[in-house]
Design a protein around this ligand. Structure first.
Ligand SMILES: Cc1ncc(COP(=O)(O)O)c(C=O)c1O
Length: 357
């Protein structure tokens, strides 16, 4: 008998039909439920990055791995580190939920906790600054650099294979965007099977990824205060920015009516996927749910937390349409069909779209 290895546990997640109203009735969309794989969705990318580094000799057996994370990649790396035999050091920040800190430590990760955000680059930049110092003090340590490492996106080839085996076809894929890894990897692999696949990116208000100004963000996981190199701007047909109230209410409705739910990125993605299914009847819409609800019991699923932050008031069932990411600063769910790479010259369209003067 061949004993199963830890690595064999990654993936094999189900696809479920979500037809609970969120908040308006819709014909239903498919959700790939990644929380049902150990380490969540990010274990796929973490294993891919560590295995890639080992194959190139950048990570030698037993050497430590150091990464900055808002949590989910930390769990993925804790998993991959154990499976491949590497100690893991994670640079996290004060905003990381205590339950996540406990979980990461329980899985053997050493945590470096950053106490103050960077004045311009927020928590993300502050973590990166600390990471460079930690890395310098750990000779031989490998930094996967999830925002720029192509093995991050490549790690989702298996996720694409699973989807192809599980569903007849997908017309519209809805992905949250943080490092840009899973949207880039999935779109690339799935378009080999379904070349006309539409990709909708889901970001949070206050995130700079798609060209909005950086603001303090409540939602974590999706969004960024830097421009991650892994984001494949040309792959997107449109982008949505979702606000925390919209994501919270969708997560709570999912929990109550569909049982399958998750965190900020799941709520935002589900909101957009339900809208896509409603507005393009006949389209087969598939959304990726990156993680489950447990990390969010003291935030998204806590009445006092939500009431204190005004997250339970009325929200609209459709996005505001804006002509260009730089046309207006969005504060609630908004949609833009022009996707630009903000690192390029202003007003340079990414997917052959006309940019308004
Ligand atoms: C919970 C959660 N959802 C979504 C994302 C975004 O995924 P990606 O980094 O592949 O763009 C992340 C990334 O950190 C995450 O932690």
């Amino acid at each position: 008998m061949t004993a199963p290895q830890l690595l064999d546990l990654v993936g094999g997640t189900p696809v479920v039909l979500v037809d609970a109203p969120l908040p308006h009735p819709h014909p239903g969309f498919l959700a790939k439920v990644e929380c049902l794989s150990p380490g969540g969705m990010k274990a796929r990318a973490a294993v891919s990055m560590l295995a890639g580094a080992r194959s190139r000799g950048e990570l030698v057996p037993g050497a430590p791995v150091v990464e900055s994370t808002s949590g989910t990649m930390g769990v993925g790396l804790a998993f991959a580190g154990q499976a491949l035999g590497h100690p893991v050091v994670l640079v996290v920040d004060r905003e990381l939920e205590p339950s996540m800190r406990a979980l990461l430590r329980a899985h053997g990760a050493r945590l470096e906790v950053v106490d103050a955000p960077h004045p311009a680059g927020g928590w993300q930049q502050a973590r990166l600054d600390r990471l460079l110092r930690v890395r310098a003090a750990l000779p031989g340590a490998y930094w996967p650099d999830q925002y720029r490492n192509p093995d991050n996106a490549a790690g989702y080839a298996g996720l694409a294979d699973e989807i192809v085996a599980q569903v007849d076809a997908v017309d519209t894929l809805v992905c949250s965007v943080g490092t840009g890894g899973h949207s880039a990897g999935l779109a690339r692999a799935l378009r080999r099977h379904w070349p006309r696949l539409r990709l909708i990116g889901v970001d949070t208000v206050g995130s700079t990824i798609f060209g909005q100004p950086a603001r303090a963000r409540l939602m974590r996981g999706l969004g960024s205060s830097i421009h991650p190199r892994n984001v494949d701007y040309a792959a997107f047909d449109e982008v949505h920015w979702v606000g925390p109230a919209e994501a919270v209410q969708t997560c709570r409705r999912l929990a109550r009516h569909a049982f399958v739910t998750g965190g900020w990125s799941t709520g935002a993605t589900a909101r957009v996927a339900a809208w896509a299914a409603r507005t393009r009847p006949g389209d087969r819409v598939l959304a990726v749910f990156p993680d489950g609800p447990h990390r969010y019991l003291d935030s998204i699923f806590d009445d006092d937390y939500c009431a204190l932050r005004g997250l339970l008031g009325p929200t609209r069932g459709h996005p505001v349409e804006i002509p260009h990411p730089r046309a207006v600063e969005v504060t609630r769910w908004s949609r833009c069909r022009t996707v630009v790479d903000p690192r390029r010259r202003p007003a340079e369209p990414a997917r052959g779209q006309r940019v308004p003067a």
